[in-house]
Design a protein around this ligand. Sequence first.
Ligand code: PGA
Length: 255
Amino acid sequence: MRTRLIAGNWKMHKTATEAVEFVHEFRKVVPTSTNIDILLAPPFTSLYAVQQAMTTDDRFALAAQNLHWETEGPFTGEISGAMLQALGCSSVIVGHSERRQLFRESNEEVNKKVKAALEHQLLPIVCIGETLEEREAGHTQAIVKDQLIKGLSGLDAEKISAITIAYEPIWAIGTGRAATIEQAEEIHAFLRSIVTAEWGPVAQDVRIVYGGSVSPQNAEALFHCTDIDGALVGKACLDPTSFASICNLAAQASP
Ligand code: PGA
């Protein structure tokens, strides 16, 4: 049985001081139930502050938004998996479409980052998704399959079980135009069939979460879909109350 995951991707928002204020507020409203996993992914500069502010609260855990594949070395401006692990991160987002599009991150780099994350006991959340042009041209399945196979290349079934896949159609990110339930369900089921074909029954353990304009208004319907195992939330995670209400909806929809 897959535990639903709700991850808040703060992107480039909040100073360390603002991050601590968020955690204090969020702790007042975050669900007490233990039937879902909740992650906060602040910018690198706030990871330590958030980790300290969480104290021993185990209702949510810490994630990073990116990592470099090397452990250390002359890579100015980069952060390694070892550094994130030492800070108390349990997960890391890899291959977000903003990184792929704005920073030219390739499937091959995503693959190196996934492997580096696993080496440092960081559970990777691997983002894939198509552009509007690709969808309109009927290429969605081909694009996400290519990203999935290349991004997870070389991993055995045991490692695959630790992966979360985030299906994030690029046209739905930050636009207020979420995918319809039918669109999301179709691709989630398709992705699980690809994982089954490539890695076998372990596909039943792999979480596939949806991202792209998830809000307290549309989250409930998503969480009632069989193949949607949670959400990667951007804009709506910046406010503690709205993020907590998405978490609550996931907890209520979970056994
Ligand atoms: P959004 O972002 O919820 O603001 O659309 C989601 C994401 O980019 O992960």
